[in-house]
Design a protein around this ligand. Structure first.
Ligand code: V47
Length: 362
């Protein structure tokens, strides 16, 4: 089936879920990877086929208090648990101030589902950030948080998003998607909104003119069929609403999580397949991100030859995967550009919505 899939990629024909399953079931990783790389070249066109995007960004997690129970999460705390925190607006502003001293132009804001941090808290936070840093792009809130804010304030998703946009929301990140399959959600994150709502909220955001991303969290007990179903649901949503920019296959970390020891841990082999197969399946997504925080810089660099064309950013400080044992540092511009160049690609600094800021000479 490899030649047939190659032919379809070259002819820009859509790959079926059966063909995707064949790729997942193959142990011929390098051939799967070469098809991912081919799909990336066909998608980006010759001039940009060597481009790898990165940006200068910082993360802000205003609260870790969360009433959801996800067994893969090491970040969340119950309201009165030791270590639970909710920043004041000033504390968040101080985090942003420190983060942008390295030149960041994007702040990625997500937090727990904290009944005491509802829509007015976030409206005030976004307004304060925009007032102090008008040029900073605010990429904030997963669809799960949007649903939570809407429910607490009894507003529609559209109205909730509009209030946040009026306060300064510029785009949405792709978190909270996990694995769309109901049985995996029931086992791992039973309180989280179902796939249909996650997709509906992104569709609403796209209608309002916001760009967003989409993730898939692997290594939580899902089957490869679940990953394909996840990608196909995203592909269908993208056909309808068109606002997704980037797909990010996430790689579960297990330290201090309830799920540790109950599932087969995700492997490097799996993660590289996720990159390649998502590039092949998601023909209507422009970008595939190798999130170095979770993959580690080595695997993220390798993923560039498997179909990924984005490394995320410098990420000054990250808490969600760090809590579960992932990379605990930010990257410097030179380091990130070096990773890309060593892999024979051209580093391209972008803003959040893929405007090109600088194409680095090799
Ligand atoms: O939604 C939670 C995941 C996500 C763990 O849009 C875990 O550009 C691994 O969505 N091990 C948040 N993953 C991160 C995220 C993201 C990251 C980078 C860029 C973008 C973007 C989005 O992290 C959560 C959840 O799926 N997660 N716990 C864990 N133990």
């Amino acid at each position: 089936m490899f030649p047939r899939i190659k032919e379809k990629i070259l002819n820009k024909e859509r790959i079926t879920s059966e063909e995707g399953l064949f790729l997942y079931n193959s142990n011929n990783l390098l051939t799967v990877g070469s098809l991912g790389k081919l799909a990336r070249e066909v998608k980006s066109g010759s001039e940009r086929s060597k481009w790898v995007y990165w940006n200068k960004n910082l993360h802000l997690n205003p609260t870790n208090v969360c009433i959801g129970h996800c067994n893969f999460c090491a970040f969340a705390k119950l309201p009165n648990e030791k270590g639970a925190y909710t920043y004041t607006i000033d504390e968040s502003l101080e985090k942003v101030r420190k983060g942008i001293s390295g030149g960041a132009n994007e702040v990625h804001i997500v937090g727990g589902l904290n009944p005491k941090a509802a829509l007015p808290y976030y409206v005030d936070l976004l307004k304060a950030i925009k007032k102090n840093y008008p040029k900073l792009h605010i990429k904030a809130f997963t669809a799960v948080e949007i649903e939570f804010f809407a429910k607490l304030t009894k507003l529609s998703y559209e109205e909730t998003l509009k209030q946040l946009m009026n306060a300064g929301l510029d785009s949405m990140p792709g978190g909270g998607a996990e694995i769309f399959s109901k049985s995996v959600r029931d086992d791992t994150c039973p309180d989280k909104i179902p796939a249909e709502k996650w997709l509906e909220i992104h569709g609403t955001a796209h209608k309002l003119g916001l760009k967003s991303n989409a993730t898939m969290l692997c290594g939580i007990g899902e089957e490869v069929e679940d990953r394909l179903d996840h990608m196909i649901q995203l592909r269908e949503q993208q056909d309808k609403s068109g606002g997704f920019q980037t797909f990010i296959p996430l790689h579960c970390h297990y330290e201090d999580t309830e799920i540790a020891g109950t599932v087969e841990p995700i492997t490097a082999f799996d993660s590289l397949k996720n990159i390649a197969i998502s590039r092949i399946m998601l023909d209507n997504f422009d970008h595939i991100k190798a999130y170095w925080i979770q993959l580690g810089v080595g695997l993220a660099q390798l993923a560039l030859s498997f179909g990924a064309n984005d490394l995320d950013g410098t990420v000054q400080e990250e808490s969600i995967t760090n809590a579960a044992g992932a990379e605990k540092r930010g990257l410097e511009k030179d380091f990130i550009q070096g990773l890309i160049k060593d892999a024979s690609y051209t580093p391209v600094e972008r803003d959040t919505v893929y405007n090109v800021l600088e194409v680095s000479n090799c």
